[in-house]
Design a protein around this ligand. Structure first.
Ligand SMILES: [Zn+2]
Length: 194
């Protein structure tokens, strides 16, 4: 019975899962299928990583961006899971999406250079960012940072997570300052009517 389940039932269920995974990942506008073409069990090894809360938070951020291609501002109490921010809080570019934040925002260039030096070739200056290849470097391959090279796996998590964290902090600051401006103008308006 055990052998029948292993040799006949499980392969059928696995191929059913694979087909469903491929169908849904190919439909999406974010090319998840290019990063990972079959489902992967969550690696048990990840439970043994000696990370603090901050790094786990960045890993969570990286994982959500990898799956959805969106900006998980909610992880840093700066809003919701969004496709774009109307105005980039770091450089004022309009319609800032994940491509802008990781690939062209001047407000994250230092993080990109840091990632390049720790992960790619520290003897060369970081090249200008090219989205198709950068996206594959940041998201392709396994769910686990323990891919082929743990340092490289961790470096890309830190880059993506740190960019989203920085944007979120700037969103929080701009929301706070606009709230304060609104309060000041409301106070001015009410005192002028006295
Ligand atoms: Zn920007």
């Amino acid at each position: 019975m055990k052998n029948y389940r292993k040799n006949h039932v499980q392969p059928v269920l696995q191929s059913y899962d694979n087909a469903a995974f491929i169908a849904s990942s190919q439909k999406a506008t974010w090319p998840y299928h290019d990063f990972q073409w079959i489902p992967e069990a969550f690696p048990e090894s990840i439970h043994h990583l000696d990370w603090g809360y901050g790094t786990w938070q960045l890993y969570r951020t990286w994982a959500i961006v990898k799956v959805m291609g969106k900006l998980p501002l909610h992880l840093f109490s700066a809003g919701e899971l969004v496709d774009t921010i109307e105005l980039c809080p770091l450089c004022s570019s309009p319609h800032a999406n994940i491509q802008h934040i990781l690939n062209s925002c001047m407000g994250t260039l230092d993080l990109y250079r840091k990632w390049w030096q720790s992960s790619c070739d520290s003897s060369l200056p970081a090249p200008s960012r090219e989205w198709e290849s950068l996206r594959m470097q940041l998201f392709a391959d396994r769910v686990s940072p323990m891919c082929d090279d743990q340092d490289k796996g961790e470096a890309r998590i830190l880059y993506v997570g740190s960019c989203v964290r920085r944007v979120s902090a700037a969103v929080r600051r701009s929301t706070l300052s606009s709230d304060i401006s609104t309060l000041i103008s409301q106070a001015a308006a009410s005192s002028s009517t006295l």
